[in-house]
Design a protein around this ligand. Structure first.
Ligand code: NAD
Length: 261
């Protein structure tokens, strides 16, 4: 299938590692020009260099998206690189914790890291997408939007909010040729999941292999996902042929979620 991605400019946030990085690499492989955003300058520099060596036009900005001025800085740098038609909105997950224990400040922080940067970036990108009558927006959320995950109250709450935002937005911008969707990863082999497994193992006082083994046993595929497998779902939703799909969450979880829809 021709994905219609070649030559298009993509903004990928949370691009230095894990799922975001895999999406940036997959888009580059499809011929996109990619603008990378994350906090670590070193990792971004290394990735941008490698992509350029492979013939991809790539640039980056190292910035903490939780900062209020971050989105404006990204949009300004992006103006010099090119108008983004594709946007992969992603940042790191919030810390674990129960709904009962987490203080209001933790909710404000999570909202500021996972929700507000997406709203700010979308507001900056939409005028260009609407003018060209083409745009693809995909957020990385989580299986938690289908089935809340125990002890991840912040993720469960804030991503549900982001999903409500994207559904509302998708109907508003559909007449302009812009689609807005999400990919909800299940357990995927990244630094984030290694940290969550280590946290769980510590809480229970058992080896991390035991916690991982138990988790894998609950996944019908009997293994964690690979970042490239989540990226494949995102790249499809960012593609031209996916133009009639909007307001949706595509779960990529090896069959983990039991919900019917
Ligand atoms: P990761 O920690 O491996 O990578 C996160 C990326 O986001 C990195 O590039 C990091 O630098 C960047 N980032 C984090 N905070 C940022 C900030 N404030 N400003 C700018 N960049 C920031 O995480 P991952 O496993 O690839 O997960 C990506 C997203 O998917 C997260 O929101 C995570 O919660 C969610 N998710 C992951 C899994 C999983 O199993 N890995 C499952 C469900 C949901």
């Amino acid at each position: 299938m021709e994905l219609g991605i070649r030559g298009r400019t993509a903004l990928v946030t949370g691009a230095s590692k894990g799922i975001g990085r895999a999406v940036a690499e997959a888009l580059a492989a499809e011929g996109a020009r990619v603008f990378l955003v994350a906090r670590s300058r070193e990792r971004l520099l290394e990735l941008a260099r490698r992509l350029r060596e492979q013939g991809t036009e790539a640039d980056f900005l190292a910035v903490d998206l939780a900062r209020e001025d971050a989105a404006e800085r990204v949009l300004e740098a992006l103006r010099r690189f090119g108008d983004a038609e594709l946007f992969l909105g992603n940042t790191g997950g919030p810390p674990p914790g129960s709904a009962e224990d987490l203080p209001p400040e933790a909710w404000v922080r999570a909202f500021g890291e996972l929700f507000l940067p997406m709203v700010r970036l979308v507001r900056g990108l939409l005028p260009g997408m609407k003018a060209r009558r083409f745009g693809r927006i995909v957020f990385i959320t989580s299986i938690s939007v289908k089935e809340p995950v125990e002890n991840l109250a912040l993720s469960n709450g804030v991503r549900a909010g982001l999903t409500g935002y994207l559904k509302t937005l998708s109907r508003e911008v559909a007449p302009h040729g812009v689609t807005v969707n999400a990919v909800g990863p299940g357990y995927t082999q990244t630094e984030r999941v290694e940290a969550l497994l280590a946290h769980q193992a510590e809480r229970e006082g058992v080896p991390v292999e035991e916690v991982k083994g138990r988790l894998e046993a609950q996944i019908p595929m009997r293994r964690l996902g690979r970042p490239e497998e989540i990226a494949a779902a995102a790249v499809f939703l960012l593609s031209e042929p996916a133009g009639y799909i909007t307001g949706q969450t595509l779960i990529a979880d090896g069959g983990y979620v039991r919900a019917l829809l």
